[in-house]
Design a protein around this ligand. Structure first.
Ligand code: HEM
Length: 273
């Protein structure tokens, strides 16, 4: 209630005169003061974070932060301090600059606009007057060029051939140690040339499927798994092993989800053949 009060007072100051004495004009209030200071900005940011978390257009970008309370708190504080400092408050923003902190994420204009919409909705919820809302959203607009990069390929977000090779190496190690499925790979594991070929096929398959220059020259998935009678549980075990390798190499959630979804699309050709 107090916060609503703060906004209402801020709003009233915009539409009526807050000057006590017309003869001695007080200095113009900063946007920070008109927004209602730290408490009101914090409430807006909390609502903004809730909006983003529920926004399927962009919430995958924030999945890693959402899953880690300390990281989310840091992001929240960074946002509050950034808005506070930019609007004339005493807060100090100590995070990364916008170009560095969003580099390589593949943020497109539509993502940027969705995020701004989520902030606008938060401002509306707290009845921030149009003038203040416009001023704040315009300030965000100036950061757009540093944040929007345009589409990136899954391949580049994975880190290209070297990073894919490292993940595949680790993945093969995990599969070899996984009693649920390692029997399928016993023949390959016992033959270095065959294991190498499998590794190369996997790297090329992921590279090609994610938009890289690699060319996959192995069998199609249906033919490659014919007669193996792989179950859903065994397929899931393999996906789990890959996921563990992606986590180990700190592949961000959006990229991870995209890769695992692509893998899911092959399930029908691999299971029950
Ligand atoms: C003007 C608009 C934006 C502002 C002011 C902004 C601000 C920030 C700030 C202050 C950080 C923290 C930097 C640090 O850790 O030092 C951050 C990180 C981040 N931003 Fe933005 N951002 C904007 C747009 C976007 C958009 C459009 C997206 C994606 C849809 C996005 C995704 C992210 C992600 C994923 C992080 C890292 C969060 C984490 O995992 O810790 N941002 N942003």
């Amino acid at each position: 209630m107090q916060l609503w009060g703060a906004f209402l007072v801020a709003g009233m100051c915009v539409f009526t005169s807050c000057k006590k004495d017309e003869a001695t004009p007080t200095p113009a209030k900063s946007l920070y003061e008109r927004l209602g200071g730290n408490a009101a900005i914090s409430a807006v940011i909390d609502q903004f974070i809730t909006n983003v978390a529920g926004d399927a257009r962009i919430n995958a970008f924030f999945a890693d932060a959402a899953a880690d309370p300390a990281r989310l708190t840091k992001l929240r504080n960074n946002l509050i301090n950034q808005v506070g400092q930019a609007t004339g408050g005493t807060e100090k923003y100590t995070g990364l600059d916008m170009k560095t902190s969003h580099k390589g994420m593949g943020i497109e204009e539509s993502h940027f606009n969705a995020l701004v919409e989520d902030l606008a909705l938060a401002l509306d919820k707290f009845k921030v007057p149009t003038a203040e809302k416009t001023e704040l959203l315009t300030a965000l607009g100036t950061m757009k060029a540093d944040i929007v990069e345009g589409p990136t390929t899954l391949y580049s977000r994975l880190g290209g051939n070297a990073a894919i090779s490292a993940v595949v190496d680790d993945f093969i190690g995990k599969v070899a140690a996984d009693a649920r499925i390692n029997a399928f790979f016993a023949a390959a594991a016992a033959n270095p040339a065959r294991l190498n070929k499998l590794k190369l096929n996997l790297v090329n398959q992921i590279g090609q499927a994610s938009g890289g220059p690699e060319k996959y020259t192995g069998l199609d998935m249906k033919t490659a798994h014919k007669g193996m009678k792989i179950t859903d549980a065994q397929f899931n075990a393999l996906v789990e092993d890959l996921q563990a390798s992606l986590v180990k190499f700190k592949v961000e959630s959006r990229t991870k989800i995209q890769l695992l979804t692509a893998l899911g699309g092959m399930r029908a050709d691999i299971v029950g053949q």
